[in-house]
Design a protein around this ligand. Structure first.
Ligand SMILES: [Zn+2]
Length: 412
């Protein structure tokens, strides 16, 4: 067997001849060419006339016996009559514009679905930023059906990336439990761009949308899909209650005259956040001193717990009554953060009760949301939101990848 034939079998690439093999400083280099004679246009795929050649283009392929392996080929440019342009030719082993072979990219995609940043980078010996670009192509190759088809109940959430300075808006399909759309930004325009892509017909089929109480998202949904029921995410409502409580606590720390008192209030921080049944013994004791030690903070704590209890209700009429009671209690509480919260909740009570009626919230896909958050953190090193979005799609939209194994005779 000739060494070039051997290597051709080892590379496992479709429609690819190996003409020679050698080494350079980095590893193995295989000089290759497509099995077809006349170059093909990379835009339309049609055969055309060769125009000129670009010397020694290189593509990374899967390592061979742990050794870096590159393909080398003098790409031609095609004078394509159909496209009426001179464009680079198509090569059988890689997407146009990529300097990695498809099996290499698929392997990166497989690892990126499962491993952290440094594992992927070190194992494949590519920069994490490059992983971002590769993932975009892997996803693009696999998205055959339109993820925006057949949506009825969706959730909209914002995720911060790049250490909280920038945001992406993520749309999830609550029924199939997957991310279907994402885009940089978190204002009304961002979400309106989603509805523009969805089109009026599919937007008209939406039954419900879970969102947080941000004015931007409410505006976009009411404008683009007026028939859809707006459901406010319960976890967002809870978060607001936690924030109000924390604000009261900080005010009390500031007001405290004695150092002991100050420390006592500070110490309650984590206990106040937890569900009562999750408290440790020490935390329970700290909280049990609260009604005497600080009545305002105790009232704030009760308000938070009461609001969560309303959200736990299953009967809408009961919940509606309890919510009204809560609003009037909070309004009279003489705690400014809760008075403000009461105003917000009064304004949005319909959407909050819609949660009780439907049981739907972004928490329905909480696993998905948690995963999306983890992935967002993992994507901090990416320099573009598009790469993050591709990673979200790779990991949260049901794309199935397997590790890439090639054996003599198999081609990719
Ligand atoms: Zn063409």
């Amino acid at each position: 067997m000739r060494v070039t034939s051997l290597l051709r079998a080892l590379l496992g690439l479709k429609s690819t001849y190996v003409t020679s093999v050698g080494f350079d400083a980095l590893g193995l280099v295989a000089v290759v060419k497509p099995t077809w004679r006349r170059p093909r246009c990379s835009r339309c795929g049609r055969r055309g006339r060769g125009y000129d050649r670009q010397r020694e283009r290189r593509w990374r392929h899967l390592d061979l016996a742990g050794m870096r392996l590159e393909l080398c080929y003098d790409t031609r440019r095609v004078d394509c009559r159909h496209c009426d342009a001179v464009v680079v030719e198509q090569v059988p082993w890689a997407d146009t514009g990529s300097w990695f072979t498809r099996p290499f990219e698929d392997q990166v995609g497989y690892l990126a679905q499962r491993c952290d940043q440094s594992t992927v980078s070190r194992q494949m010996r590519v920069a994490w930023e490059t992983v971002g670009r590769i993932v975009q192509r892997v996803v693009a190759r696999r998205e055959d059906d339109d993820p925006l088809d057949g949506l009825t109940i969706i959730g909209v959430d914002e995720l911060s990336y790049r250490r909280h300075h920038e945001y992406v808006t993520v749309v999830v399909d609550h029924i199939r439990g997957r991310v279907v759309w994402a885009s940089p930004g978190k204002n009304a325009e961002t979400l309106l761009a989603f509805f523009a892509e969805l089109g009026p017909e599919r937007a008209g089929n939406l039954e419900a949308v879970t969102i947080d109480m941000s004015g931007a998202y409410i505006k976009a949904v009411t404008e683009a899909s007026p028939q859809a029921q707006i459901i406010f995410d319960r976890f967002h409502v809870q978060r607001l209650a936690h924030e109000a409580l924390d604000e009261v606590r900080r005010d009390e720390v500031r007001e405290a005259i004695e150092e002991d008192e100050r420390r006592g209030i500070k110490n309650t921080r984590w206990a106040l956040r937890k569900n009562p049944w999750n408290l440790t013994r020490v935390e329970r004791e700290r909280l049990s001193r609260l009604p005497k030690a600080n009545r305002r903070l105790y009232r704030a704590y009760m308000l938070k717990e009461a609001l969560i209890a309303v959200l736990d209700r299953r009967q809408v009429n009961v919940a509606a009554k309890k919510l009204r009671e809560w609003i009037s209690w909070a309004t009279r509480s003489r705690l400014a953060p809760f008075r403000r919260l009461a105003g917000t909740i009064r304004k949005h009570s319909e959407g909050i009760l819609a949660y009780v009626r439907s049981g739907l919230s972004n928490g329905r896909t909480e696993g998905l949301n948690g995963k999306a958050r983890t992935i967002t953190r993992r994507a901090y090193g990416f320099h573009s939101a598009h790469a993050l979005i591709a990673l979200l799609r790779l990991c949260c939209s049901g794309i199935q990848l397997s590790p890439v194994f090639l054996w003599p005779g198999s081609t990719h």
